[in-house]
Design a protein around this ligand. Structure first.
Ligand SMILES: [Zn+2]
Ligand SMILES: [Zn+2]
Length: 289
């Protein structure tokens, strides 16, 4: 049954990892519910992707960060700053693991010269006071308003600790974002019967290509990539066990490989272990809820 509120999932950026490439923007997604905007992760390029999607940044109510790897937070500060500069008067509720408060303060210090000038000479409202920063981890319940109820779950992501998945409930619809994770039994329980599971995905064949391009022969880098992520067949297993209605693939590792980053490869890699609908995510893709 469709949600009674007009709601939509928008994939803003779907490329996983810190390298520079042209094909996909870094991880970021948005949920639009009854005109309100909720952003999940803020990788490099998020503000441009929001603009290209036609999303009103003035309607951003909350931002949820899964973990602090740079591909998920590189433009977190930029998102806050440019949203303010575009006329958002607050509040914006931000959620994510420690040290999110420190990162926010550091970014404000980094941009202090610009921020102070604009407040003084352009008569803009105070920037800092429009932000409500919350570090998560104590409780699984994160946020609730009239549109949405949000819970989090700690997921295993190698040495990147802590990392979180988020579950969004919009009326009777449930959308789960895995964040970055290796295969997780807890995530299966957390996603049980979800309408949509947005899950990261790793093509093992691509790992050596990444190592070769960045730091040839670096074994610990190789182990880091493999231990912290979920292979294509594992993603299918998770979706099948969780009995999710639709699986959306996101955070593609590797991204930018002309040989490996093809829709059919990802689709076929997951199809062996999940027979339901699979959406191979692309940047700026809109999925009605
Ligand atoms: Zn990542
Ligand atoms: Zn990560």
């Amino acid at each position: 049954m469709p949600s009674s509120k007009r709601s939509e999932l928008v994939l803003l950026g779907t490329g996983g990892g810190p390298r520079i490439w042209a094909k996909r923007s870094q991880p970021a997604s948005a949920l639009i519910v009854d005109g309100s905007v909720y952003v999940i992760d803020a990788g490099d390029g998020v503000t441009g992707q929001l603009a290209k999607s036609g999303i009103d940044t003035g309607a951003i109510k909350a931002i949820f960060i899964t973990h602090n790897h740079s591909d998920h937070v590189a433009d977190y500060g930029t998102l806050l700053l440019r949203t303010w500069q575009s006329g958002h008067s607050g509040p914006i509720n931000c959620f994510g693991p420690s040290p999110l408060k420190n990162m926010t303060t550091s970014y404000i210090n980094y941009m202090n010269w610009d921020i102070n000038l604009r407040i003084k000479h352009e008569d803009r409202p105070d920037f800092k006071s429009m932000l409500n920063i919350n570090e998560i981890g104590e409780s699984s319940s994160v946020y609730e308003d009239s549109n949405i109820k949000v819970d989090c779950l700690k997921v295993p992501h190698g040495e990147a600790e802590p990392a979180y998945a988020y579950r969004f409930q919009i009326d009777e619809k449930v959308i789960v974002f895995s964040g970055d994770t290796s295969k997780s039994e807890d995530l299966i329980d957390f996603s049980l019967h979800a309408d949509i599971l947005v899950h990261e995905v790793l093509n093992l064949d691509g790992v050596d290509a990444i190592i070769e391009k960045t730091y040839p022969g670096n074994e610990s880098f190789r182990a880091h990539i493999i231990q912290g992520h979920t292979t294509m067949s594992e993603v299918g297993e998770v979706a099948t066990k969780a009995k999710v209605k639709t699986l959306v693939l996101n955070h593609f590792v590797p991204t930018g490989s002309p040989v490996l980053d093809k829709k059919e490869i990802w689709q076929n890699g997951v199809r062996e272990t999940f027979k339901g609908p699979i959406i191979v995510g692309t940047d700026l893709q809109k999925i009605p809820l």
